[in-house]
Write a protein that binds this ligand. Structure first.
Ligand SMILES: NC(=O)c1ccc[n+]([C@@H]2O[C@H](COP(=O)([O-])OP(=O)(O)OC[C@H]3O[C@@H](n4cnc5c(N)ncnc54)[C@H](OP(=O)(O)O)[C@@H]3O)[C@@H](O)[C@H]2O)c1
Length: 243
């Protein structure tokens, strides 16, 4: 039995992950900004599974609070899963710094702030697992979502560097690139069915990949090849496309 800390726990992917980890016999610690939503999820998990469930208030954008947040946990968790994120409005973010800042905080800066501290603690202990939910959007800058994409791209590189640093210290780092997922974040978009995963699919794949100590997970295999092709398009051609 492990203690799994889920940051952004009541996101659609987070809820599925909480169920998947609890079903595997782990204690799940739910962290997020809204106590009522944490309580609802905790109550549901306590009914379904005979595992320890605890809740903690956490705001990724409030970086000054991250040290005391981690000190407030009962013990250092075995795994930390960084799920929170914000798609935002690309067009608005191009001219509205508040919107751009929100995107950068929720997808990159907040994650680095909390995971820097987790990484040091895990390194000191010589054991631990970090899972980051990044995105294929971080693999190439596109006009339609480069604020979100650049933040996720930064997060992907951060996780890669962390993996490189911590591998020798017994700490595992998994980067997750889910592709499209059918959640609240994407409910306003027309997503192509075969390229879209359900949150439960993401959760099952993440738990399995973490157990197998994989480095990077594309939840649906097609995305690895789609992104390879997109990355191979020469920049002089790419800049003429409306992607
Ligand atoms: N859906 C997709 O197609 C897709 C694809 C690739 C990657 N992802 C990533 O998967 C993760 C989960 O997203 P989802 O699809 O499950 O969408 P979601 O249900 O909208 O979840 C996003 C979550 O992030 C939380 N959050 C935002 N800003 C936060 C902050 N400053 N501090 C703490 N929590 C914050 C939100 O909490 P509040 O309710 O408190 O705002 C919400 O629970 C995100 O990182 C997203 O970028 C999603």
């Amino acid at each position: 039995m492990k203690n799994i800390l889920l940051l952004g726990a009541y996101s659609d992917i987070g809820q599925a992950l909480a169920r998947a980890y609890a079903a595997e016999g782990n204690n799940v610690w739910l962290a997020g900004r809204k106590q009522e939503k944490l309580d609802d999820l905790a109550a549901d998990l306590r009914i379904r599974y005979d595992q320890g469930v605890e809740t903690f208030l956490f705001d990724a954008a409030d970086t000054d609070s991250h040290e005391s947040f981690l000190e407030g946990l009962p013990v250092l968790p075995d795994s930390v899963v960084c799920i929170f994120g914000y798609l935002g409005e690309q067009e608005q973010a191009q001219s509205d710094w508040e919107q751009a800042h929100r995107i950068l905080m929720a997808n990159y800066v907040g994650a680095v702030s909390v995971l820097n501290r987790v990484a040091d603690a895990f390194e000191h202990r010589g054991k631990g697992s970090i899972v980051g939910i990044s995105s294929v959007a971080g693999e190439r800058g596109r006009q339609s979502n480069y604020l979100y994409g650049s933040a996720k791209g930064g997060f992907t590189l951060y996780l890669q560097g962390l993996r490189n640093r911590l591998f020798k210290k017994g700490v595992h780092v998994l980067t997750v690139k889910p592709g499209f997922v059918d959640t609240r974040m994407t409910e306003h978009l027309q997503l192509p069915g075969p390229l879209t995963a359900k949150p439960e699919q993401v959760a099952r794949a993440v738990v399995k990949a973490e157990r197998k100590k994989k480095n990077t997970l594309y939840v649906l295999w097609m995305w690895r090849w789609i992104m390879l092709i997109i990355k191979l398009i020469p920049e002089p051609v790419f800049k003429r496309l409306s992607l």
